[in-house]
Design a protein around this ligand. Structure first.
Ligand SMILES: Nc1ncnc2c1ncn2[C@@H]1O[C@H](COP(=O)(O)OP(=O)(O)OP(=O)(O)O)[C@@H](O)[C@H]1O
Ligand SMILES: [Mg+2]
Length: 243
């Protein structure tokens, strides 16, 4: 599943996606596609437009131009709650659970389309799978930074998304916990959920991603396997500060 462009197997397609903030064009005509069930890395230097792209695709920002298609439907301009109902899930670069609620109570926040018994069952399953069951009754602002990331992921999975976008899952996480998070990401993906992971830690990208998209100055400058991307001159230039 390394095709480019809008095939029927794509869960997400952006076409000429653009976002300007005053004089800055943070995302500049971005064409991106993610196949159903694919695990894709999104890399690029600081300020390349990765988080802005994620905010556009999840409805947290409105595009200045271009189009977003999710599961074949035009969703451009839809709001985060509409998109999450459609099956778009996300985590934030800085995790922000509801701090005064317990871990368990945080899991009750998503507006799930199924009944309380199934909700209870899912919460128990997800907390166990993400090794949060032993802190279920702790306040969310008292668990570790890595556990907050896991909680955010668990909460997103309550909605059984078709696509999850992860913004820097490795940032501030110790290596042992990162190994666990990577196993979780792989398991979630193996269950059929497509994942787009933004990450500066190249070992994480290498370990996880079958395909890597490189952004620089708001554009998609290359797509390929990790090896192809690592060997590419344009990518090296981008990281060395050229554009
Ligand atoms: N709300 C905003 N208002 C004005 N400018 C913004 C806003 N959000 C992002 N930008 C600018 O858009 C550009 C892209 O930012 P973005 O956060 O998308 O980069 P990034 O690739 O996620 O970087 P990093 O790897 O450092 O997280 C930057 O120049 C940034 O300063
Ligand atoms: Mg960012």
């Amino acid at each position: 599943m390394t095709d480019e462009g809008a095939t029927t197997g794509d869960v997400l397609v952006t076409d000429g996606l653009t976002k300007s903030f005053g004089g800055i064009t943070a995302v500049d005509g971005l064409d991106l596609s993610i196949g159903s069930g694919e695990l894709v890395g999104l890399i690029g230097p600081n300020g390349a437009g990765k988080t802005t792209t994620l905010n556009l695709v999840t409805g947290f920002l409105l595009p200045s131009g271009g189009m977003i298609r999710f599961n074949g439907e035009d969703v451009t301009g839809e709001r985060p709650n509409e998109l999450s109902r459609r099956g778009v899930g996300r985590t934030f670069q800085i995790s922000k659970p509801f701090g005064r609620l317990s871990v368990y109570e945080n899991m009750l926040v998503p507006n799930v389309p199924y009944g309380p018994a199934e909700r209870e069952e899912r919460i128990r399953t997800l907390l166990a799978e993400l090794s949060l069951d032993h802190v279920a009754e702790n306040r969310a602002d008292e668990i570790s930074g890595g556990q907050k990331k896991l909680l955010e992921l668990a909460r997103v999975l309550m909605l059984d998304p078709d696509l999850v976008l992860l913004d820097e899952p490795a940032a501030g996480v110790n290596p042992a916990l990162m190994d666990e998070i990577m196993e979780d990401i792989k398991r979630i993906n193996a269950g059929g959920t497509a994942i787009l992971v933004i990450e500066h830690d190249m070992s994480v990208i290498e370990e996880l991603c079958e395909r890597v998209v490189v952004m620089n100055a708001g554009r998609n400058i290359m797509t390929g396997t990790f090896e192809e991307v690592r060997a590419d001159e344009r990518v090296r230039d981008a990281y060395l500060g050229g554009t």
